[in-house]
Design a protein around this ligand. Structure first.
Ligand code: PLP
Length: 360
C-alpha cells in the first residue's frame, strides 16, 4: 500500500529490517548505546553546529506525547502559556493547556490564515503572566506552513519561551532551531524522518533545561527532565519500544546519509510534481502556493465525487489518501508526500487519480 497520509509513512526495507535485530533488555549496555546513538544523530540532524547547546529526550509514544511533554514541563508556578491556533493541531495545544488551566486566551485564526507576529508582540506585552508561546510549525490540517522564524523572533525579543510542535515538519521543512533560539521542539519518528510510529522526541535548549528543574511536575509519564536525567545516564524511566528504536536509529542513518537539506528538497520536488499534475486536472488547492508546505496538499473534492468514493477507488489501486478534518471533513481531501517513495510511485498515483477523475 502506498501511504499518502501524513504518517505513518512508507519506510525503506533497510528501516523495516532493523525491527528484526536481537532482543535486548533496556537496562543493558546495548540499549544505552542505541539510545545515545539516536540522541547524537537527532542533534546532528536538527541542531547542526549547536549540538552542545541542546539535549534530545526520546519518549515512547506518538508525536502527541512529545508535544504534551514539552508543554507540561515548561511552565513555572503561577505562569501561563499562550497558544497560537490555526488548525486541528493548534487546537490540540489549546486543549492540552486548558486541562490544567494553564492557558490564556489563545491567538486564534481561520485555518487558512498565517499568524501575525505583530499581534503576538502586542499580546505578550499585555500578558506579563505568559511565560511561553506554543505553535505548530506545519499545520497538517491544511498543509499550511506557519512563519516559525518570525514568530520565534518575537518570542525571543519579548524574553519568552518558544515551544514548537514540529512533528510534521522536521526533515520536511527548513527550520533553524538553534539560530532562532527555540527552547523546545517536538518531533516524531514516523513522519518525515521515515521511521515507524511509536517513538517521539523533544529537543530542549540546555540552559532552559536547568530552569525547568524547578517547575512543577504535572505528569508522571511525560515529565521531561525525568527523561533527560535518566537518558544522561544512558537509560529511560519506562520500558521503551526497543524494536521501534532500532528502526528509528536506522531511519536517522538514512536521513543523515541523504542530508536533511536534500530530504527537504526531495519532498519539495515531489509536492511540485503532485501540484502541477493536479492543476492540469483542474483540481483546486485549499491554499495558495505561498502558504503551502513541502509535504501536504489539501484539495477541494472534484465536483460530483464524494471523499468516500474517491478514497475507495484509489485504495482499490493501492493508494491511501487522507480526509479533511473538522469543518473541512466533507469538502476536501489531502495528499501527503512523506515517506520512502520514489518519483515513479507518485507518477503512478497521479495516473490512477486522473483515471478515477475522468472515468466516472
Ligand atoms: C501528526 C501530528 C502530531 C502528532 O500526532 P500523533 O498521532 O500523536 O503522532 C502532532 N502535531 C502535528 C502538527 C502533527 O501533524
Amino acid at each position: 500500500m502506498i501511504l499518502l497520509n501524513p504518517g505513518p509513512v512508507n519506510v525503506s526495507d533497510r528501516v523495516r529490517q532493523a525491527l528484526l535485530r536481537p532482543d535486548v533488555c533496556h537496562r543493558e549496555s546495548e540499549f544505552t548505546e542505541l539510545l545515545h546513538g539516536i540522541q547524537a544523530k537527532l542533534l546532528k540532524a536538527f541542531v547542526p553546529g549547536a549540538e552542545h547547546e541542546y539535549a534530545a529526550a526520546v519518549i515512547t509514544g506518538s508525536g502527541t506525547s512529545a508535544v504534551e511533554s514539552a508543554l507540561m514541563s515548561s511552565i513555572p508556578h503561577g505562569k501561563r502559556i499562550l497558544i497560537i491556533n490555526n488548525g486541528v493541531y493548534g487546537e490540540r495545544l489549546s486543549q492540552m493547556v486548558s486541562l490544567p488551566r494553564l492557558g490564556v486566551s489563545e491567538l486564534k485564526y481561520e485555518w487558512t490564515v498565517k499568524p501575525d507576529p505583530e499581534r503576538l508582540r502586542l499580546a505578550l506585552r499585555q500578558h506579563p503572566e505568559v511565560h511561553g508561546v506554543a505553535m505548530v510549525h506545519h499545520e497538517t490540517t491544511t498543509g499550511l506552513l506557519n512563519p516559525v522564524k518570525e514568530i520565534a523572533e518575537v518570542v525571543d525579543s519579548q524574553n519568552r519561551v518558544f515551544i514548537v510542535d514540529a512533528v510534521s515538519a522536521l526533515a520536511g521543512e527548513t527550520i533553524d532551531i538553534a539560530g532562532s533560539h527555540m527552547y523546545m521542539v517536538a518531533g516524531t519518528a514516523g513522519k518525515c524522518i521515515q521511521g515507524f510510529p511509536g517513538v517521539s522526541f523533544v529537543l530542549v535548549r540546555k540552559g532552559f533545561l536547568e530552569r525547568m528543574r524547578a517547575y512543577p511536575k504535572r505528569s508522571w509519564y511525560l515529565h521531561l527532565t525525568h527523561y533527560v536525567d535518566d537518558q544522561g545516564r544512558g537509560t529511560v524511566p519506562f520500558t521503551p519500544a526497543v524494536q521501534v528504536y532500532y528502526a528509528f536509529d536506522e531511519a536517522l542513518n538514512e536521513l543523515l546519509e541523504e542530508g536533511v537539506a536534500k530530504r527537504v528538497q526531495r519532498y519539495r520536488r515531489m509536492a511540485h510534481l503532485i501540484r502541477e499534475r493536479m492543476a492540469k486536472l483542474g483540481i483546486k488547492p485549499v491554499l495558495t502556493p505561498d502558504r503551502q508546505s513541502n509535504t501536504i496538499t489539501a484539495y477541494y473534492l472534484p465536483d460530483g465525487l464524494t471523499y468516500q468514493s474517491l478514497h475507495d477507488r484509489l485504495k482499490e489501486q493501492g493508494y491511501v489518501i487522507y480526509a479533511g478534518q473538522g469543518n473541512l471533513e466533507n469538502k476536501i481531501f489531502r495528499v501527503a508526500n512523506m515517506g520512502a517513495l520514489t518519483e515513479a510511485q507518485f507518477t503512478a498515483f497521479l495516473d490512477a487519480f486522473e483515471q478515477v477523475c475522468t472515468v466516472r
